[in-house]
Design a protein. Sequence first.
Lengths: 357, 161
Amino acid sequence: MVSINYATREVSCKVVYYGPGLSGKTTNLQYVHHKVPPETKGKLISLATDADRTLYFDFLPINIGAINGFAAKFQLYTVPGQVYYNATRKLVLRGTDGIVFVADSQPDKMDENIESLNNLKENLAEYGYKLEEMPFVIQYNKQDLPGVLSQEEMHKALNTGQWPEFCASATAGFGVFDTLKCILKLVLDKARSSGAGKVQARPEAQPPQTAPGPATPTKQRTPQPERIYAPPPRPRQPEAAPVFEPVGTSGQPMPSVHRDEAEAVPSARPPLSLPPMERQQVYRPFPGNTTEDEERMNNMSQQGTGKVKMPGPMISPGHLGNTRKSDIPVSPQMAPSLKVDAAKKKRSLFKRLFGLR
Amino acid sequence: MSDDSLILYEEEIERIDSLLTKLLKGAEAKCALLVDKDGHLITRQGFTHSLDTTALAALLAGSFASTKEIARLVGEMEFSVLFHQGKKDHIHMSIVGERSILAVIFDDRTTIGMVRLYAKETADELAKIFAHLAGRPLREQKVTADFAASAGDKLDDIFKD
């Protein structure tokens, strides 16, 4: 479900990587996370088991910047591939705007591919979605391994809907971005029917980004030397130094806590006529990726302290994961409190609870 | 793709923000997030600058979704309130209407009772706003009209090997 926020000028879409277990869904996200510019990506979050198998989902937010005055944000999810995780797999599919099916090109995995594709259709049907109406791309992964099925063979077995398809190797990196670009374009194309489709005539059906068909190698498989398939180590993002200051969604500071209650709830405003966005372009980098943070981190390391000094107050050890307490320069100063007159507040609470006056 | 896209205009967000601010003021909580059940952050108020609210929204929605399945297994439709207690900070989550989650992060300067009281009031108010959203006509704007075409070059630029 596309989310359009006119206040923050953001359009947010959800894309899910689906497929059988060990087909390379998480590796796709890891490659994207590794390769895209820092200001574009957020933190890659993996809810995985100790053996690095996805337990619930992996999550990678991508912000491609302003388009037509709106920041286009994508949330990339993966699902757990094992058959017995279907309950959680179904939860991740909720509200998705597009799906990438990552198929394993090894011959002995074809049954699992077909079973997973059928499972996808069943799960979508439970939400009332149809695969035919959903932006959908198939990726034939692990094409760098020896003895894998060709694109034609994979197409014949899986691509019953003439969906756009790509040969890829998530470990070697080819085909990953082609797949991602294709699904994002399809999702954005589809978004027009939900965001502005009610005001604009629905355009003619767009041809798929890649002409479907058995002999359409969108990304020609380059002959690769024989290699052992081994997933790369999961990259870990360093914790961002928190900067603590009150900020609202609209970038305005928190209103004074002492102002009247009536003031806090503005009366009904006349509807605003919003132009097609002439004001400043909104680009919101993810927390932890701001250039300020990077500069600060660099300065710290250059000074040889090795420790990140937290500029703001209100730093608790809980924010810093495994950092030892002694490492944290905790300031005794607390965050600005939203204190109100205690007696007045008590009276108000009693009035609310017991109707006393 | 579902057609029930969540489209919020500026004055609606302002109205929601003012309710969240009132909640923070009353309950003396640190911050409040309104999250779509699909994992999109709708809006936030309070001291959220140090938080990765995008990831937080996705995880809160995931947490709620999994709890809903747990509820179904024990014969409930869903649990309307979730509470996570930490050493210093705690999170109170409650359902708003059909499709949103209100998460309030607070510490020991206030109590779970206060947060729960104000969160319930706010959730009721927010539910009315969301009920209104469902029936209102959309304005004529070309937000996503040529998104795909405009995004083409940008995508090529960002996603290059």
